[in-house]
Design a binder for this molecule. Structure first.
Ligand SMILES: Nc1ncnc2c1ncn2[C@@H]1O[C@H](COP(=O)(O)OP(=O)(O)OP(=O)(O)O)[C@@H](O)[C@H]1O
Ligand SMILES: [Mg+2]
Length: 263
């Protein structure tokens, strides 16, 4: 009797696992609550000639879930930008896996990966990288260039105006970057990063060129966007104040990433 029970329970388990697998395959949205993940990532550079390896990242794993806000701190040269670029698929690891929206990026074609990256990730860098010949609104709308969906484009223009108002730049909408302050340019760069409704915002030293007050404002904006839009935010920073505005802080040192305790 027991043998029959074990046999049928085993069969039921296999059927359930198979059904779950088909559901997830049919509806990849189910995996979208995990915008990005790194699994046992290592990155090294070989010194030309000597073959000596400089190991920057050593077997690092990190899961970024929907609504997470994460700061990554660590000494200069510890690999923070390298880690962020790998997470954003701008750089490739020497070994390990990177997942974006539930998909192993290694299995995607360059073209498919570029589309997913453009749709789901917003990038903000230390320097705003606004194009000097375009106005604020033109810069903000630039990531829409490859988007063909007319409804999405129309909604995005409305979203742009709403976000520009939100960061108090409505009066400067037709200004060129040269007519904006550094803090204003950085806020415009944040709006540009959000225009395609990403589920993940990656920022590398976004407050590096701002004064204390503007840095605090930007940190507050990230925290608000994270809460309001359930946007996952990963910020690389040297500023402990900015790190404290995020939900979790990791320290990168000697190739390893460790969650830090909050006091
Ligand atoms: N293309 C490359 N070739 C060789 N070494 C590199 C390359 N890119 C980065 N590195 C090295 O990798 C290490 C990590 O660099 P990375 O820029 O990620 O550090 P970081 O933590 O962001 O530093 P910072 O806080 O100064 O921005 C450094 O030692 C750097 O010299
Ligand atoms: Mg860096």
């Amino acid at each position: 009797m027991n043998r029959y029970r074990i046999y049928y329970s085993g069969k039921l388990l296999i059927i359930l696992r198979f059904s779950l697998f088909s559901i997830v395959k049919q509806f990849p949205d189910l995996l979208q609550n995990m915008p990005a993940a790194l699994q046992n990532i290592s990155k090294y550079y070989e010194q030309p000639g000597s073959g000596i390896r400089n190991i920057v990242l050593n077997q690092i794993s990190l899961t970024v879930s929907e609504g997470d806000s994460i700061a990554i701190i660590g000494p200069s040269g510890s690999g923070k930008s390298t880690l962020l670029n790998i997470l954003g698929t701008l750089d490739k690891p020497s070994s390990g896996k990177v997942f974006l929206d539930g998909a192993d990026v290694h299995s995607l074609t360059e073209c498919h990966l570029a589309t997913i990256r453009n749709q789901m990730i917003g990038f903000v860098f230390q320097l705003h990288h606004l194009l000097p010949q375009l106005t604020l609104i033109e810069n903000v709308l630039l990531p829409l260039f490859p988007v063909r969906d007319k409804t999405f484009r129309k909604d995005a223009v409305e979203r742009a105006h709403h976000l520009i108002e939100r960061v108090a730049l409505t009066g400067q909408i037709h200004h060129l970057p040269a007519q904006l302050s550094v803090g204003e340019c950085q806020r415009a760069a944040v709006v540009r990063a959000l225009i395609n409704k990403p589920s993940l915002l990656l920022a590398d030293e976004p407050t590096g060129s701002l004064d204390a007050e503007h840095a605090r404002d930007l940190g507050r904006l990230f925290a608000e966007l994270n809460l309001e839009y359930n946007l996952a935010v990963v910020v690389v920073t040297h500023s402990l104040e900015l790190a404290e505005q995020m939900g979790k802080t990791y320290r990168l040192n000697s190739g390893k990433l460790n969650l830090t305790a909050r006091s």
